[in-house]
Design a protein around this ligand. Structure first.
Ligand code: F6P
Length: 518
């Protein structure tokens, strides 16, 4: 990598800019020839055609026979998008208008709970019905001017108990967010919330809203139809924060800022649809990812936002990328060539530097690092913090690339007064192999518009990687088996049924738990 960087043109040639953002992939081992081959692969695998099919409403989620149209949720006022000959946009606009009206009513205090204006909103959902709104709400903290928003997802009672502690059952609004309205975690938490509101003298009718594709089930749960916000099955759960699943975010920042978020997403859609592949940010982000995972063979990638408010971005991207491309078979059911998409993990910088960067710099595994940093923060009078944040981000990618050779380490130890075998021993610990790849995404600051752009960028990256691997990025059959077995397991935990059919390990674990639980 250091050799490649000797070229004065490398930085300019290995970057993509789009609408105020810069994606640098110069600090990788990708050569011009490799990039040509990757671009050819993208063309051969039909990335552009498949992309156009997705935006046109073709049923590209073939295993479920569905279109993939989350982009319709952020499409502008003139868009016409047809599914089975029907324009879906009037329906999208209608729900968005109802969300806006409801958000205005709640935020202005016109919509009240039993105890008066709504002070707190609790989104109850999991996976795609949780991670997007939670990540976005944390990311846009400087824009909060509505009720406080909280998020409950885990079936562990600790989650909802800790959330409700200190909230008022007469002024808290619950949004039950579930595409299917059958997810056990969400339904269990929703029932607990219902009981809490009832017991606390709240108004069940006014204090519950729902977001779902299953309108019969929201009705059966008892949520008033005027507070139910529906969406279609062509919006995948992990791609759904642009529509009603984003209601909690809209309540926190207001409909206008939510519109800016949608506009950012739409701007990235336009870029993705129109920029030539080599200057297309999602395409180059995807090709760099595949270069690392499938050509270099690095099994993981780290997402490292130097932006504290992106603290939940790694978790959000884990679902987006791993639930989408963590598949062992192609669309045709054949084994995926070269393996599925990579493991995604991460943590905001600079915190990660004091935790796991040791391995990234000197461990024997190579971890491609995806850095992100904003040029400016929001905190007045704290630019000293922000300068340090940027300096650390840039220093890490430089250190990973350059490393430190044994001669330099020896010289350091000599200066520190070591000699002989002790000098050699000490120097060996101070060697950094270098040649470790990273990319960096730079943006001005984390506004609603930028958030929209960045999330759409990652969505399209996943899409491109999926197309090239031949994977259906829009189903998730791999989550089913565990759910089925959990259903069967519950009576064994409660003791209503005997675990005779289970394996020895599971029987042993159940017995140990039973001995403690009684
Ligand atoms: O179990 C995985 C999953 O189906 C995700 O794909 C989805 O985002 C999540 O569960 C929640 O599903 P729902 O919105 O239907 O409750």
């Amino acid at each position: 990598m250091s050799d490649l960087m000797q070229s004065s043109e490398r930085a300019a040639r290995f970057q993509v800019q789009a609408d105020g953002m810069l994606f640098d992939y110069a600090k990788t081992s990708m050569t011009e020839t490799a990039r040509e081959a990757l671009l050819q692969l993208a063309a051969d695998r039909g990335v552009a055609e498949r992309r156009d099919g997705m935006f046109a409403g073709a049923p590209i989620n073939e295993t479920e026979g569905r279109s993939v149209l989350h982009a319709a949720l952020r499409a502008g006022p003139d868009a016409v998008i047809e599914v089975d000959g029907q324009d879906v946009m009037p329906g999208v606009r209608d729900v968005l208008a109802r969300m806006r009206a409801f958000a205005d009513d709640v935020r202005s205090g016109r919509h009240k709970g039993a105890g008066g204006p709504i002070t707190d909103v609790v989104n109850i959902g999991i996976g795609g019905s949780h991670l997007g709104p939670e990540m976005g709400t944390l990311a846009l903290r400087p824009y909060h001017d509505g009720p406080r928003c909280h998020f409950v997802s885990n079936v562990d009672g600790a989650d909802i108990a800790d959330c409700l502690d200190g909230l008022d059952p007469k002024t808290t609004l619950f949004i039950v967010a579930s595409k299917t309205f059958t997810t056990i975690e969400t339904m269990t938490n929703a029932e607990t919330a219902k009981a809490w509101v009832q017991l606390g003298g709240g108004d069940l009718n006014a204090q519950f809203a729902a977001v779902s594709t299953a309108l019969d089930k929201t009705e059966a749960f008892g949520i008033a139809p005027e507070r139910v916000f529906g969406f279609a099955d062509w919006v995948g759960g992990r791609y759904s924060m642009w529509g009603p699943i984003g209601l909690s975010l809209m309540l926190a920042i207001g409909p206008e800022e939510f519109d800016a978020f949608l506009a950012g997403g739409e701007a990235m859609d336009t870029h993705f649809r129109t920029a030539p592949l080599e200057r297309n940010m999602p395409v180059m982000l995807a090709l760099t990812g595949l270069w690392h995972s499938h050509v270099c063979g690095y099994p993981t990638r780290a997402v490292l936002p130097y932006d504290q408010r992106f603290s939940r971005l790694p978790a959000y991207l884990q679902q987006l990328e791993m639930e989408s491309n963590g598949k062992g078979v192609t669309m045709q059911g054949d084994p995926v060539e070269g393996g599925s998409g990579p493991i995604v993990w991460g943590e905001p910088g600079t915190n990660g530097q004091h935790a796991f960067y040791q391995l990234i710099h000197q461990g024997t595994q190579v971890v491609p690092c995806e850095f992100m940093v904003a040029a400016r923060g929001f905190e007045p009078g704290m630019d000293n913090h922000h300068r340090l944040l940027i300096a650390n981000c840039l220093a890490q990618s430089e250190a990973l690339m350059r490393g430190r050779d044994i001669e330099t380490a020896r010289e350091m130890m000599r200066k520190a007064g070591f000699e002989g075998t002790e000098l050699e021993r000490q120097a060996a610990h101070r060697v950094f192999p270098g040649n470790r790849p990273s990319t960096t995404l730079v943006y001005d600051r984390l506004t609603p518009y930028r958030l929209g752009q960045i999330i759409a960028l990652y969505e399209h990256r996943v899409f491109v990687e999926g197309v090239i691997l031949g994977i259906n990025s829009f189903d998730q059959w791999g989550v089913e088996l565990g759910k089925e077995l959990a259903k069967q397991m519950e009576p064994l935990v409660s003791g209503e049924a005997a675990p005779d059919e289970k394996d020895g390990s599971t029987r042993n674990l159940l017995a140990f738990l039973k001995a403690i639980r009684g």
